[in-house]
Design a protein around this ligand. Sequence first.
Ligand SMILES: *Cc1c(COP(=O)(O)O)cnc(C)c1O
Length: 421
Amino acid sequence: MDHFLYRDGALFAEDVPVSEIAAAVGTPFYVYSTATLLRHFKLFDDALDGTDHLVCYAMKAASNQAILKTLAQAGAGMDVVSGGEYLRAKAAGVPGDKIVFSGVGKTADEIRMALSGGIRQFNVESEPEMEVINAIALELGVIAPITVRVNPDVDARTHAKIATGKSENKFGIPIARASEVYAHAASLPGLEVIGIDVHIGSQLTELEPYELAYKKVAELTERLRSEGHNIRRLDLGGGLGIPYTRSNNAPPLPIEYGALVKRTLGHLGCEIEIEPGRLIAGNAGIMVSKVIYVKSGEGRDFLILDGAMNDLIRPAMYEAYHDIVAVQEPVAGVEQRPYDIVGPVCESGDTFAKQRNMPPLRSGDLVAFRSAGAYGAVMSSEYNTRPLIPEVLVNGDQFAVIRERPSFDEIINRDTIPSWL
Ligand SMILES: *Cc1c(COP(=O)(O)O)cnc(C)c1O
């Protein structure tokens, strides 16, 4: 459920008409709903009620400061995957002891930054990385809390580009080598081994892969404890999917996921950490765009929008489906027609949908891409010298621009000309 609904024939973001935002900021733009962000955070928080836990929002899904602050004020920790994200989380007021550092290639500079500024734990992905964290911790005279990300070799049954838990993926260490790697970690004086980390992929639509993975984590916890490691925190990753269409089978709910966590791991008495990104932000944001032209082609009609693949790359990158709706609610019973919905970028891949049934639309009409809050704005680029589009946050009947559209001058002046030109 989200807070982008029709009222009296027009799409609203909470209590604000989407067309009013469009008039104020121009199109295209992203708009997020505070109520939806908070609702989704609370679903996870409540799902783990009764267990010692922290929900660490995977901020790579949508990392605007205003979104981070909204979630941090509700009690969320943050899962970061780069030094830049670490600084963003800090800037949004998240204390270091609520920031988890994940990612397969943390650099020495990033590790130093986090160890100096405070960190809840590093989720270590390889032995060379472990050595570097140890060396920097010793140099700084601190102890680095770590978990090791294990790769449980389960098939998350999601899109190949977002599956991370099979042995052929680049993530984590093979679970079969865990004893050896944990023994190595325990021998390094700059590290304190506190737990286990696992993250098997994104947009999971069934619980079974989690069940398989978490059972392996439970066994591993007991094995590592018997080998003398004080395993007291389990970071279970993120990845729970969201419904991108209204018709397909709904993915499991956070409450069902939470019950699975308790059932598979509750007996271990560990503190539980989860890192949801998409489920918190995905349906909390839409991208609004305007029809520039309606063009009749050979046997098909095109809706050419002012939004493009550089603004929302998911369809081009993952063949992702986004519901696209007219901001002006179609009259009941109006005949729909198939359109190819495209952006103006010079790539055939700049196609949002093929032969999508839509109500009749004309040049100047607004459309909204639903479920665009996660992996939307954060993946945008200025390809074709198209400025990054604004982000807007709605809260009840108020809205604020939380990232401005840069001017062309700002974009062009970022380049510098060498002296020989
Ligand atoms: C991307 C990522 C997440 C979040 O995944 P979602 O599918 O957005 O929930 C969590 N943990 C790690 C380590 C990730 O890389």
